[in-house]
Structures are given as structure tokens and as C-alpha cells.
Design a protein around this ligand. Structure first.
Ligand code: ATP
Length: 604
């Protein structure tokens, strides 16, 4: 097993242990894989001008050959040179026009390729939205990121440069062959055979180096993901003095892949030579036949010259195709990852027969819900049934891994359960349109995501177009106004990537302000206070109390102190609901809740 295959296997193993698909069976790509061609369907409209210009350029070479042959024939036949002036003018015009067309073609092709990359990225982005957070939770974000950026770039040239060139080269080649067949059938056939052999050349190269390229493209995004992982975890690596060790490993892997790339290039060159020779030999044979024909008197000097020039032109389409073949290799390598995104099945598909949009009551019911992240796993949620009435505040508690967060993921429909039904306002949530469902919830989770922008931008996310007063009022309710006003530029302060310039508690209060602004009828708080200090916790709890007052609220928490005032507390254990009741009821019985209280030192 080669070193690079080992790397691929290593990445594949790591991911399959987590139940992820690496290539979802995309397998080895053919150069014209129907699925890749179908994937580019939306892009082909941009390519007609590239193809049209390519054909005009190819025709100009043929026209040039004809004109030169006519000029030379005129010279040899002793006709006065003045009679050939229109031919010279035509030749000059053809060359000038070709120059302009090559210039235009470069621009048009570059623009088409760039537009294709933009369009592919937009489509992938849309697809990611359709797949939703549930799918993203099962992927490596670095791999997805690399696929969107590098995959689209590799494919832009496959669609934008390689495919048009295939059409141009094929049509130009066929035209030249047809002309040669007309001039002399044998020469036409020899040149035709040479062209077919030469056109097989790129395919042969692909067969030879294709698997290496695939290895490269499977491993590359994963290596990229590792770099992203290492950069994001730099603080942890430093604190364990592990940054050098990890850096060394990455360096080794990068070098192996670099060697693999050099190997691919070497193979390409090696595969290229013998078939290049076939083309040269074929050309020579055709010219020799032409010379014999001339000797026998069946071909004029001009005719031989014409053949000579056309044989040379016959190689041009193949040479042009060879120049773009790299794009196809890279494109096919990247296509697997891109197809993985386009062909992925959403874990919670949009309803085929949605219920008519209507005002839904914020009443939630779980009926015998069972969910496994992967087939064969123990259920993360096991035959769960519970109900939350409108306006109630319900808490879900339990040990780490008992399934609390999975309950919220199911509620928000990141995933669909394998068994049972979840209802909102009496409707099965699978039949509620996703945008309608999302409008029902405001979520404040443990790791609030703030975008790199101002505080205002981050608040406006919840309610675009909200007035300054609205923002401030929401921030006041969330006990965030004071600290925001004290920031150097108030609401216009840039919070940094992921809000790094703010403390955990401040980020949470901005998240609560967003929830207030959104004004959704159901509030979901998933460990909202778990990563903040005591002072911030009490502020957040007060903010949460204010926000949850007129709303149906579900609180998920490790800390029992955060859920004492809930109308009902559900205790989870290994995906099951094992107890329920008020804090007072549950503290009295000697059950799981009591044990959790003991563990928190709140009960003796
Ligand atoms: N994305 C995932 N893929 C596979 N298994 C998962 C995934 N997320 C959670 N699990 C598993 O599902 C079970 C329930 O996890 P969940 O996160 O819901 O528990 P939790 O009670 O919220 O834990 P914590 O309090 O530590 O956040 C655990 O066994 C966990 O390993």
C-alpha cells in the first residue's frame, strides 16, 4: 500500500468510525461521468459563446491552410503575383481575426469558468441549507469548506474549459478529416486513424493516473480539515505542548501528498510520450502517401501542400485538448466531494404535502419518539413521550449523554425520528414547512454563534429592519444594553470572529436579545448558562426569566439550580424519560433527580 493510500485510509477510517460518508460510493469517476455532466446542467448555457469562438478559431486555421495552399499553388503555376493579392489580404484578415478571437475567447472562457464556480458554490450553499444542521453535525466542517472552495474551483475548469474544448476539438477534427477524405480517401483515413489514436491519448493518460488523482482529491480536503482543526485548537495544543508534534504530523502528511502530486505529473508525462509519437508517425505516413500521389500525378503540388498543412492542423485540436486535460483530471478528482454534497439526502426532508400555513399553538408533544444517530447504535432517545402546554416552562435534565440535546435537535427537526411523532400545535412537524417551523422557535444554546460584524448586525439577524429602539429594548430585556453601550463604539462595535471580543456571558446575553427580537412563541434554552461564571449566570437567568415569561419554554440544563422554577422537570437517563414532576416533588423521592442533586452537593 502506498503512503498516500495509507493517508486516505487513515482519513476514511477516522470518519467512518464517526459514521460519516467519505465519498458516498461515488467511486472512481469516468472522464464523462453522467452524474458529473448532469450536475453541470445549470452551467451549460454559459458555454455556447466559448464553443462558438473555439469553432471559429479552429475554422480560421483551416481557412489559413487553404489560403496558403492556394497562394503557393499560384506561385508554382507561374501566375502573376498581383492576382494573389486578394488571397494575401484574406490571409491577413484571417490571422488578424483569429488574434482577436483568441483574445476574446480567453476572456469569455475565463469569465464563464469563474461564473460557473460562483454558481456551483451558490448551489452547494443552497443545498447545505436544504440538508440543514443535522447533516452538518455529521460532517467535518473543514472538508465541506474545502469542497465548496477548491472543489468548485477544480470543476469550473472542467465545465468551463475542458468540456467546450472536447466539442471544439471533436468538430474541428471531424471537419479536417472530412476535407482530407474529399481530397484523398486513403490520406483521410490515415489522418483519421492518427487523430483517433491521438484522441485516445488523453483517455489513456487518465486511466493511468486517474486513481492517483482521486487519492489526492480525497486526501486533500481532509488534510485541509486537519489544518483548520489544528488552527482552531491552537490554544489546547499549546497548553499540552503538543503543537510541534501535531505540526510535524501535518508536515509529514503534506509532504506525502506533495510527493503523490509529483508522481501524478511524472506519470502524465510518461503516458504522454508514446502516443504523441503515434500522432507524429501518422502525420508522416499521410504526407508520404501524398508525395507518392503527386509523383503518380493524381495530386497537384498545391494539393500536396494543402494536405501537408491540413495534416498539421489535424494535430491542433488534439494538442488543444491536451492542454485542457489537466482541468478534467482535477475536476474529476474534485467531483466526488461535490457530488457528495449535491446527492446527500437531507436527514429531515421538506414535506411533500405540507399543512396549510396557519397560526400554530405553541404546544409540543413527543409521542413514543425513538432516534438513533446511526443504524445499529443504541438509541440516543428511546420511546420518549412528553407534552408541553402553551405558556409552560419545562426543564429537561439528566447526566451527560442522556439525550437532552438530541431532544432539542429533534424538536427543531435537524433529524427525523425513526419511530414516533413530534407534534407542534397538534401537527406532525414533518408536515410543517421548514421556514414556518423555524419561525416558531427562538433558540439560545451553549455555543452562541456571533458573526464577524457589529453588535447591531448580529442583533439584526433576528429581525432585519428592526428599529434602533427595538434593538435597544430587546437588549435591555436581555440585560445586555448596559455592557453594549459601554463598548468602545456601542452597538457599532465589531465583535470579532465568533464574537471573540466578548465574554461568554456577554455573548449569551446578545443571543437572548436576539431571541427577544425574534419573538418566536417557543423558547429553547440548551445549556444557556453552562459556560459562564456565577455572576453572569445569575444575569443570564434573570434575562431568561424575563424572556420566558409569556412563552412556552424548554430549558435543558446540567445545573439543577437553573431549573428549580420550571413547571415540570423531566429527568432523562440513557435516552429515556425516567422521572417527571416539580422540583419539590422530585427532590422528595429517592430517584435520579435526587441523585443528581446529591452530585451537585445540593442535597445531603
Ligand atoms: N452527532 C452525533 N453523532 C452520533 N452520536 C451522537 C451525536 N450527538 C450525540 N450523540 C450520542 O447521542 C447520545 C445523546 O447525546 P446528547 O448530546 O443528546 O446528550 P446530552 O444529554 O445532551 O449530553 P450533554 O449534557 O453532555 O450535552 C450520546 O450517547 C451521544 O454520544
Amino acid at each position: 500500500m502506498t503512503e498516500e493510500s495509507k493517508i486516505v485510509e487513515e482519513y476514511t477510517k477516522v470518519e467512518s468510525r464517526r459514521g460519516l460518508s467519505v465519498t458516498s460510493g461515488a467511486g472512481h469517476m469516468r472522464l464523462f461521468d453522467p452524474r458529473v455532466l448532469a450536475m453541470g446542467r445549470g452551467e451549460y448555457g454559459r458555454l455556447w459563446s466559448v464553443i462558438a469562438l473555439g469553432l471559429l478559431i479552429a475554422s480560421s486555421y483551416i481557412a489559413q491552410g487553404v489560403l496558403i495552399a492556394l497562394i503557393i499553388e499560384a506561385v508554382f503555376s507561374g501566375r502573376p503575383i498581383a492576382g494573389s493579392i486578394p488571397l494575401f489580404a484574406g490571409l491577413a484578415l484571417v490571422i488578424a481575426l483569429r488574434w482577436a478571437m483568441i483574445w476574446a475567447n480567453d476572456r469569455v472562457a475565463a469569465r464563464a469558468a469563474t461564473n460557473i464556480a460562483v454558481s456551483l458554490r451558490r448551489r452547494m450553499y443552497r443545498k447545505l441549507y436544504e440538508l440543514g444542521p443535522g447533516w452538518m453535525l455529521t460532517q467535518k466542517s473543514g472538508v465541506v469548506q474545502a469542497t465548496i472552495v477548491d472543489g468548485a474551483e477544480a470543476l469550473q475548469n472542467y465545465y468551463g474549459r475542458f468540456l467546450p474544448q472536447v466539442i471544439v476539438s471533436s468538430l474541428a477534427g471531424l471537419s479536417i478529416m472530412a476535407i482530407l477524405l474529399y481530397v484523398d480517401v486513403i490520406i483521410g483515413l490515415v489522418v483519421g486513424a492518427m487523430m483517433v489514436a491521438s484522441l485516445l491519448q488523453p483517455l489513456a493518460i487518465y486511466r493511468g493516473v486517474g486513481s492517483g488523482i482521486r487519492v489526492w482529491f480525497v486526501a486533500m480536503p481532509r488534510l485541509f480539515a486537519e489544518y483548520v482543526d489544528n488552527i482552531q485548537g491552537i490554544v489546547t495544543l499549546k497548553s499540552f505542548n503538543a503543537s510541534e508534534r501535531h505540526g510535524e504530523q501535518l508536515y509529514r502528511k503534506t509532504n506525502t501528498l506533495y510527493d503523490a502530486e509529483i508522481g501524478i505529473l511524472k506519470d502524465e508525462v510518461l503516458w504522454g510520450v508514446p502516443l504523441g509519437l503515434i500522432a507524429a508517425i501518422g502525420g508522416t505516413v499521410a504526407i508520404v502517401i501524398g508525395a507518392l500521389r503527386m509523383d503518380a500525378g493524381s495530386l497537384s503540388a498545391g494539393g500536396l501542400l494543402f494536405v501537408l498543412l491540413l495534416v498539421r492542423e489535424a494535430l491542433r485540436p488534439v494538442a488543444d485538448l491536451r492542454q485542457t486535460i489537466h482541468f478534467s483530471f482535477a475536476g474529476m478528482g474534485a467531483a466526488e466531494g461535490v457530488l457528495d454534497i449535491f446527492e446527500a439526502v437531507p436527514p429531515a426532508p421538506a414535506p411533500a404535502d405540507p399543512v396549510a400555513p396557519k397560526k400554530l399553538e405553541p404546544a409540543i408533544v413527543f409521542e413514543g419518539v425513538t432516534f438513533r444517530y446511526r443504524e445499529g447504535d443504541a438509541p440516543a432517545v428511546d420511546n420518549l413521550s412528553f407534552a408541553v402546554q402553551p405558556g409552560e416552562k419545562v426543564a429537561i435534565v439528566g447526566r451527560s449523554g442522556s439525550g437532552k440535546t438530541t431532544v432539542t435537535s429533534l424538536l427543531l427537526r435537524f433529524f427525523d425520528p425513526q419511530e414516533g411523532v413530534i407534534r407542534l400545535g397538534g401537527e406532525d412537524i414533518r408536515r410543517i414547512r421548514p421556514e414556518h417551523l423555524r419561525a416558531m422557535y427562538s433558540v439560545v444554546s451553549q455555543d452562541t454563534y456571533l458573526f464577524h460584524g457589529t453588535v447591531r448586525d448580529n442583533l439584526l439577524l433576528a429581525k432585519p429592519g428592526a428599529s434602533r429602539e427595538d434593538l435597544e429594548s430587546a437588549a435591555r430585556t436581555a440585560l445586555a444594553h448596559e455592557f453594549i453601550a459601554a463598548l468602545p463604539r456601542g452597538y457599532d462595535t465589531v465583535v470579532g470572529e465568533r464574537g471573540v471580543k466578548l465574554s461568554g456571558g456577554e455573548r449569551q446575553r446578545i443571543a437572548i436579545a436576539r431571541a427577544v427580537l425574534k419573538g418566536a412563541p417557543v423558547l429553547v434554552l440548551d445549556e444557556a448558562t453552562s459556560s459562564v461564571d456565577v455572576a453572569n449566570e445569575s444575569l443570564i437567568r434573570e434575562a431568561v426569566d424575563r424572556v420566558s415569561r409569556d412563552r412556552t419554554t424548554i430549558v435543558i440544563s446540567h445545573r439543577l439550580s437553573a431549573v428549580r422554577d420550571a413547571d415540570r422537570i423531566y429527568v432523562m437517563e440513557k435516552g429515556r424519560m425516567v422521572e417527571s414532576g416539580s422540583h419539590t416533588d422530585l427532590s422528595r423521592c429517592n430517584g435520579n433527580y435526587h441523585a443528581l442533586l446529591m452530585a451537585e452537593g445540593e442535597c445531603v
